[in-house]
Design a protein around this ligand. Sequence first.
Ligand code: 6PG
Length: 466
Amino acid sequence: MKTPEIGLIGLGTMGAALAMNIAESGFPIAVWNRTTQVTRDFHASAGDLAERVTPTESLADLVAAIKPPRAIILMVPAGPAVDDQLAALSGLLGPDDLVIDAGNANFHDTNRRNAAGLPFRFMGIGVSGGEEGARHGPAVMAGGTAKDWARMAPILQAIAARAEDGTPCADHMGPAGAGHFVKAVHNGIEYADMQMIAEVYGVMRDGLGMGAKAIGATFQLWDKGILRSYLVEISGKVALADDAASGGPLLDVILDAAGQKGTGRWTVIEAQNLAAPIPVIEAAVMARNVSARLAERAAGEALFGTAPARVEGLSPDDLEQALIAGKILCYAQGFAMMTAAGADFGWALDMPAIARVWRAGCIIRSAMLNDMAQALAEDAGRNLMLAPFFAGLLRQSVPALRRVVAAGALHGLACPALSSGLAWFDMMRTARGTANMIQGQRDFFGLHGFKRLDGLDLPHGPWAKV
Ligand code: 6PG
């Protein structure tokens, strides 16, 4: 057996799947887990791939098992566990060895670790696709030096998912925390895609009176059209699933309180720091937070009543169009945020490359990302809603988005992400907005000054004199 050139620490669900993927892609790998039994069980269950896996029972053994210069992937929970592991490796690795944090780290932590003068090389990579992706082909968003990326690219591209044109969905996003930053935005968009799907599900269920099976069939239909995506596909499967315990649809017995690990929140916080408007993602994070307040929501319903009955004059086709519009608006915001971040952080984030990496393997993979990659390649700095292809789609789909948001408002069916998208769209299509009033108010109470449309140098209102 060839000596491993790569190692992996942390054989939880994702780590184990990634280690198997690496072995299956032809790279001998040494593995170590804090609990030795986990390592032994992993090796025992590796089947034909076991001969490419070197199980080790201490960190020193792991390091000794790998041919220098070593590359070691960390798959431990984000946060202090990563710092602990880096500290433990410090005495064991040399300056040419490379540690790759492949967990869902906060990119600020990755920046900090990068600047901390570790005695070895360090990369932070975002890996998306859940367990299935990790095992058979994730999307990989790598952060680190170009040299370290070049060193790792053969392995990372070999294990990654492939887009329909055969391109591996693994690329270098930029230095330091750039990979984890792009992964955070991916997750923010993931939250938004999921929320918008949940909103149209809600309108179908409560407004159109459709049952879970009919809703599932509708998602299946949409998955054959422009909305073709992993999340629409699995939403159909979730809606169609039966529940053995109740004998009815599973969806109907799942508690409506969404969990979250915080990556969507990081995106929203960072967007605020960058003054980058991402209202669809903000609404999605807000909606998860509200969903968790079960007791307050029940008290609210007792006091104010539930949503009024049926919505008339709205069809599932309207909902499909609304989802198309909402998706375009959400991604336009996400890419604009990354453009702002690139400028602010001094990272040359390549928007078409990001769209290309997201085409397969990751949770937000979708057919539309092909068109987004193309539109961004035409002009990476232009807002996606202004690209001719997407402007055409918006002209066609926004009227339905208006109908859905209006019906939601009239009938008390909450559609926070879709309506935030529409409000942003309406602001973005209004050359003469309403902030003249804000400027007047600011000047009134604080003499903050304003610019005039006629260009005259009269920066204050008459109140300035008194
Ligand atoms: C992915 C996902 C993944 C994330 C889960 C759960 O790209 O594979 O983004 O990294 O951890 O989706 O996220 P929440 O618990 O925050 O919903």
